[in-house]
Write a protein that binds this ligand. Sequence first.
Ligand SMILES: Cc1cc2nc3c(=O)[nH]c(=O)nc-3n(C[C@H](O)[C@H](O)[C@H](O)COP(=O)(O)OP(=O)(O)OC[C@H]3O[C@@H](n4cnc5c(N)ncnc54)[C@H](O)[C@@H]3O)c2cc1C
Length: 472
Amino acid sequence: MEIIAQLHSILGQSHVLTGADAAPWSRDWTGVYAWTPLAVARPNTTQQVAATIKACAAAGIAVVPVGGNTGLTGATQAQDAVMISLDRMNAISVNADSMVATVQAGAILQNIHAAADDCDLIFPLLFGARGSAMIGGNLSTNAGGSNVVRYGNTRDLCLGLEVVLPDGSVMDVMSALHKDNSGLNLKHLFIGAEGTLGIITAATLKLFPKPLAYATAMIGLRDLNAALPLLNRLQRETGGGVEAFEFMPRRYIERHIAKTEDGAEPFDQPHAVNILVEIATTRATDLDPDAQGTPKLTAILESALADMIDADAAQDAVIAQNESQRRAMWTRREQAAEITLGEKTSVDTDVAVALDDVPRFLDQVSPLVTGIDPGGQEFYIAHLGDGNLHYTYFATTDDPAVQSALMEAIESVVMDLGGSFSAEHGIGTSKLASMARRKDPVALGVMKQVKAALDPQNIMNPGKVFPDHAGG
Ligand SMILES: Cc1cc2nc3c(=O)[nH]c(=O)nc-3n(C[C@H](O)[C@H](O)[C@H](O)COP(=O)(O)OP(=O)(O)OC[C@H]3O[C@@H](n4cnc5c(N)ncnc54)[C@H](O)[C@@H]3O)c2cc1C
């Protein structure tokens, strides 16, 4: 094919994969989606990305950018399209003085963590897929994860971008500036766009001082309403030092034990509500021991938990005594995707509501879904510190009418509470129907105008994010 020959001349034959060589890019992490790309192009420079896009645009062939392929919404499906993998563009350089990392889009998140750590800094974007997800994918999905409560989403961690546009031109807004009001802040258009407006080739990222110490605990409660006062107290007493505040209900603990080798009970007695909380400090004085020899940071957590137990607001608490206990607490939480996804009849959502609406959401949604499919089962986990629930209903049937009624019911509760049907995973193809029926129509219209202006041929990741978008 002519396009393959052109890609060979742009990238070299060994960096254009077809047939069996392209198989690793023919399905995503979920295994739910599978496709056959025309080819996988593996450029090594921004200029090669630009030349590849130009060649595809001239031939009218769709382009699908791909990073680690760990997205959960089917956003890298690329039937008969040219996938552009950024994996060879993975350079990372850290400027410790200005606390900024300059990275190419194919840098693996965990490698950015390691490079920052070498300079006693952190890049605080944190989630289970960090060993394979790449920063270009993280930016394009505006990924969230466990530390959003303290540091914000990927959007909040990005200072500048380099982007190849659908016409092959290169937009350089690779600023390392914290202030730049020279017109529209265009980087935000591409963050969270899921590759539909252009290909991110590089970024400048904010780094933060590495905490000197963490205090991490599992807390058992009988009532979710007791959780938010604890979060707010810890925020006050640590100067906003809560790094993570995660909620696992009893059913999650049971499934984790059943589905994993190292799953274990967090407490001697089962509790309806299990919270994983982590606070951190960068101040040396927070490590000063009190009269009992307990470092100040841990003492703050201990005292808050003791008060809750005295008031019967918490039933149990365990503070990690060493790094291996802390890791065990985190492993339980980070295996959520592995133990949840892949059930054939499940209705999976990724919703956000205001923090104090989480119990209300759960109270309201439960009778609706069990009314629609009485034999089904609710299953969820939440980044409670930012009001983000991964709420799943294990339905008894894959009947599209039942599945759609369940999704409608869940979304209607979310929307009535002023929430979002898409918190951190993005839209891809899996939430196109929700996008069509739930997104403000004027906002959706503006989004489509932006898409048509930047990509009139609709070659950039077509069929994703924009429902019924027919291109220019
Ligand atoms: C075990 C597990 C746990 C997870 N936990 C979380 C979590 O806590 N929070 C969270 O937010 N997500 C989570 N995810 C989802 C996923 O890891 C994130 O969406 C991640 O940001 C995707 O990165 P990626 O490199 O794999 O992107 P991909 O899956 O390769 O791509 C995702 C999207 O970005 C586009 N894209 C990729 N690279 C570029 C680029 N350079 N330029 C333009 N567009 C591009 C793709 O076309 C696609 O639309 C989890 C996934 C797994 C498997």
